[in-house]
Write a protein that binds this ligand. Structure first.
Ligand code: SAH
Length: 345
């Protein structure tokens, strides 16, 4: 029988498990602290537990690890890209970005992705499997150990669609922000979605204080459909209504992400339509000049026209930034490092 994944258990679940083994509940607290505060990788390290208990744990549970395969460090800005191998041999990537306000880690939520966004490298090979809560946490824990730096912000914006792996995502969010664990502040966590409406609604009901980011990329239903297959399933109007309701229920301002693709969604009418969509919303717009990938011939607008696009929106009262590009000298775009590795293998 497969061993149970102990790092995906909440403390309450762990208490039950440990009591079933005939042990006292406070042992569960000790184990939980070893796993999520001291970031232990083996039961042997848990020196305040008796040897027989450690052996019992070892026989019944596993502490899944993500193993470092490759690390790229940007000479320009110190951004780190990591390629990790999971227990079953799949590889995923994560990024560490250093800002003045703290260190931010961008994690993957799935191995591959089935959403099919046209400009995205992560989706080209389709979905392999969902990541477990412990594998999402493991990316952050491993990066903290490798870099020796404290992580203060987490963005679920790497490979995968987090709301297509809903239950594992929510469990991960609870573990990540638990005050008895690593205790990342909920306000420092962002989950980015291509717009899976029913699960956006569910997330609003979880009463988290996390930021929801919506990948918009088109200012009309037709434009969105041309770039994002998910738009065939959920109309833009429904997606925006789900964003509004997220804001109403949580008080958290939604971030809209908009990848600028030259000649596709960066024209004058796009500016006007975007202003119409967003001017009455309390939100933030993040413009991302598209990262060209070799499988598609999408081109990014030059710096000047991206600036003009931004200025026009700003003048119309939209709260907008152009995302600062980090790590452009390493395999920067979503899923490119993993893709190169998988292709070579
Ligand atoms: N599936 C989620 C999160 C992963 S992608 C989502 O769709 O939001 C994180 C962000 O990067 C999304 O806004 C995505 O559309 C964008 N993105 C993906 N590939 C890109 C590329 N080549 N250039 C610019 N942005 C890209």
């Amino acid at each position: 029988m497969d061993k149970k994944d102990i790092s995906s258990c909440t403390l309450e679940e762990l208490v039950k498990e440990i009591e079933q083994m005939g042990e006292k509940a406070f042992r569960a607290k000790q184990i939980y602290e070893w796993l999520h505060v001291k970031l232990a990788e083996h039961f042997d390290e848990m020196t305040n537990l008796s040897k027989p208990l450690r052996e019992k744990l070892e026989a019944a549970y596993e502490i899944p690890q993500v193993k470092l395969v490759e690390r790229q460090v940007s000479a320009l800005d110190g951004t780190n890209k990591f390629l990790f191998e999971l227990e079953d041999g799949h590889v995923i990537e994560s990024v560490l970005m250093k800002y003045k306000h703290g260190n931010s880690v961008c994690i993957s939520s799935q191995v591959g992705c089935r959403m099919g966004c046209r400009f995205c490298a992560s989706t080209i090979g389709g979905l392999e499997r969902n990541l477990r809560p412990s594998e999402m946490l493991g990316q952050i824990y491993r990066i903290q150990k490798i870099s020796g730096e404290r992580v203060s912000n987490v963005v679920v914006m790497g490979t995968g669609e987090p709301l297509d792996n809903y239950d594992n995502l929510v469990r991960f969010l609870r573990l990540l922000t638990d005050e008895r664990g690593l205790h990342i502040s909920q306000r420092n966590v962002t989950v980015s979605t291509c717009g899976i409406v029913p699960n956006m609604k569910r997330l609003a009901e979880e009463k988290f204080q996390i930021t929801l980011a919506l990948s918009l990329h088109g200012s009309t239903q037709e434009k969105r459909k041309a770039l994002m297959p998910i738009a065939n399933k959920y109309e833009l109007s429904e997606v925006l209504a789900a964003c509004d309701s997220y804001f109403e229920k949580t008080g958290r301002r939604v971030t809209f992400e908009y990848s600028l693709v030259h000649g596709v969604n960066d024209g004058k009418e796009d500016e006007n339509e975007l202003v119409n969509l967003l001017k009455c919303r309390n939100c933030h717009l993040n413009l991302i000049p598209v990262n060209p990938i070799k499988e598609r011939n999408f081109v990014r607008p030059d710096k000047k026209s991206a600036e003009n696009f931004k200025n026009k929106l700003e003048k119309s009262g939209i709260n907008v930034t152009i995302r600062r590009e980090l790590g452009s000298d390493i395999d920067g775009a979503c899923g490119q490092l993993r893709r190169r590795y998988v292709e070579a293998r």
